[in-house]
Design a binder for this molecule. Structure first.
Ligand SMILES: [Zn+2]
Length: 390
């Protein structure tokens, strides 16, 4: 199924080549998936096979299932409704009060946001086969557990269990940085790559790792916490409560901590986004202290990227998040800092590209995870081996 998602349509022989499964196995598995209504013959033929029969491509059957992906952000819940083939049917944004809320309150808002998305897609909730919610923080996706997140007023929230009281279909929960990795893998720059990492910089610093076209979550299932790798002994206080984390030097709140020294009283009144924009305007306008705040954060970010390269040696690093509005955090000075700190070999350093996603793309990543989740459930119900998932 994963091989089929890498292209709009695909021939059985190419599935065999990509997965290493024998042609006979591919024929057997795809026949069962067609019978189950999960895939179908694509209209049109692409020329005769060697045996002279017309070659019919296969494709995922879009109407087989519909899922909703959602991203819980500070002030909104962004949603995307996708069909089984990954086509976007509707997108929506639902405002929420923000701040650390009780788990019950968050679940109620998620239920309202999902209802709103169904309305936009002109569907009933009963027609949805799966829902995935992305949350910033320390999230154990497979167990549906949020160990810690700024979105909640307490630790250790059994979020999947809580959300399942509102929905009849399967519910999945995931660390939001992993949503971007999935969005890149299915819809973005990662479509052609087997291994890559995504780094998201907003009010926190997140990372997603894709190895062999699969999300890598680690043995404790928390995923990659680049933001909480340590870059200073007894350093700046991080939002996680520890000191010296990379995030405490590069995330929005880290820059805003110093922004008060630069901004006037009027500029200091706005919300975090407005204050960041004011600080950026000052830097662009020639305020040396404002520029220095960005430059220092940029150097630390470059250092963090160098650490990523030294550990993983990915072929591609995709940078995204709202902080990509500020070029000082990814411009040539930052890349030079990265290059200066990676181990010296003859090969060129990895490609680093900026991909400015809006909130809805996070939601699409969540929807991709929901699709992956219900695909595994559907295949398990058919008694298909794990090879079918690949
Ligand atoms: Zn931390």
């Amino acid at each position: 199924m994963a091989a089929m998602r890498s292209a709009p349509e695909i021939a059985r022989v190419d599935i065999s080549r990509q997965t290493g499964l024998s042609p006979a196995t591919v024929t057997a598995v795809t026949s069962e998936l067609i019978l189950a209504g999960l895939i179908e013959d694509a209209p049109g033929v692409t020329g005769p096979t060697r045996r002279g029969r017309p070659r019919v491509n296969l494709r995922i059957r879009g109407c087989a299932h519909r899922v909703i992906g959602a991203k819980l952000a500070d002030r909104t819940i962004t949603t995307a409704v996708l069909d089984f083939a990954g086509k976007t049917l509707a997108e929506a944004e639902y405002p929420i009060p923000g701040g650390g809320m009780s788990p019950d309150r968050v679940a109620t808002y998620v239920a309202k946001a999902v209802q709103d998305a169904c309305g936009k897609a002109e569907m009933r909730l009963e027609e949805i086969s799966g829902i995935c919610l992305g949350v910033a923080g320390f999230v154990d996706g497979p167990r549906g557990l949020v160990h810690w997140s700024r979105a909640f007023d307490r630790r250790d929230v059994r979020l999947t269990e809580l959300l399942s009281r509102h929905f009849a279909c399967p519910v999945f929960v995931e660390n939001d940085a992993n949503l971007i990795a999935m969005a890149e893998l299915w819809f973005g720059m990662g479509r052609e790559k087997r291994d890559f990492v995504t780094v998201t910089l907003e009010n926190g610093l997140g990372m997603g790792i894709v190895i062999d076209r699969k999300l890598y979550r680690g043995s404790r299932r928390r995923g990659a916490e680049l933001g909480h790798t340590k870059v200073a002994l007894d350093g700046a206080l991080c939002s996680c409560g520890q000191r010296g984390c990379l995030e405490a030097y590069v995330a929005e709140y880290a820059l805003l901590r110093e922004a008060n020294l630069v901004l006037d009283a009027g500029q200091r009144l706005g919300d975090a986004g407005a204050r960041m924009d004011a600080l950026y305007a000052e830097a662009r306008g020639g305020n040396a202290r404002a520029l220095e705040i960005f430059r220092r954060a940029g150097r630390m970010f470059g250092l963090g990227l160098a650490n990523v390269v030294n550990i993983f040696d990915p072929s591609l690093i995709v940078l995204s998040g709202t902080a990509m509005r500020y070029e000082y955090l990814y411009d040539e000075a930052v890349m030079a800092e990265m290059r200066a700190n990676i181990i010296k070999v003859d090969d060129a350093p990895p490609d680093v590209r900026v991909h400015e996603w809006g909130d809805v793309l996070w939601a699409k990543g969540a929807a991709a995870l929901a699709l992956e989740g219900i695909t595994e459930l559907a295949l398990a119900s058919l008694g298909q081996p794990r090879s079918a998932a690949e």
